[in-house]
Design a protein around this ligand. Sequence first.
Ligand SMILES: Nc1ncnc2c1ncn2[C@@H]1O[C@H](COP(=O)(O)OP(=O)(O)OP(=O)(O)O)[C@@H](O)[C@H]1O
Length: 238
Amino acid sequence: MLGVNHLTVAYGPQIALEDATVRFEAGRFSAIIGPNGAGKSTLLRTLVGLLPDHAGAVQFDPGHTARNCISYVPQQQTLDWGFPVTVWDVAMMGRTGRLGWLRFPGRKDREIVEGALKETGVYDLRSRHIGALSGGQRQRVLLARMLARRGHLLLLDEPLTGVDAATQESLMALLRAEADRGRAVVMVTHDLEQARRWCDHLVLINRRVIASGTPDEVYTPQNIERTFSSSHLGHMHE
Ligand SMILES: Nc1ncnc2c1ncn2[C@@H]1O[C@H](COP(=O)(O)OP(=O)(O)OP(=O)(O)O)[C@@H](O)[C@H]1O
């Protein structure tokens, strides 16, 4: 459904991701795993189209583009939470992004937003200003916006940061269900054990793709060592 082919991304002289080739399929729940600075967010942001300045190709299946099929949940700290909007408004942005700014949302859109807020457990907070939410509540609102968009491809950058353990389980179940409905779900995470339990496709990266496959294929001592060995600290200081 979506992939990158020999992708290299640099920020100025610093190469963040080198010669990465990987494919994400519909119906699969994929996890991108690696240490800090490994290039995980860079890979996701390139897929979304936020880093157009790269070498190599981002490939969509025919009829799909970043604009018409991706729902993206960025890292929470990259957003401005002082913006004067309510929980409901943020979830509705999932619809307006789809409709275009000139069309007003209709009853169907309101139903979809209501359903998304209920699914993520923040419907009761719908009139609250987003600045007045806890970290875990904010994360749920971002997930509600993502669900409201109804994209075929869900890209999430560390979506469980700040979320308590019980809620993490229910949100993982929610994402698993989205994959089982035929969506491609791709999540950046630091939690290897959680990824092994919920995901059927893992991608280990450390500036390069170290391994890609099922949890059993990917979680070998050698791959883990190559992904998390301190050698990557070397290139952080290059
Ligand atoms: N806007 C930027 N300008 C310059 N360098 C950047 C920028 N964004 C990321 N980098 C660098 O690119 C490399 C990869 O960063 P990236 O954010 O993709 O890592 P990550 O795997 O998502 O890390 P983390 O687990 O810490 O979120 C890092 O060395 C980082 O310092």
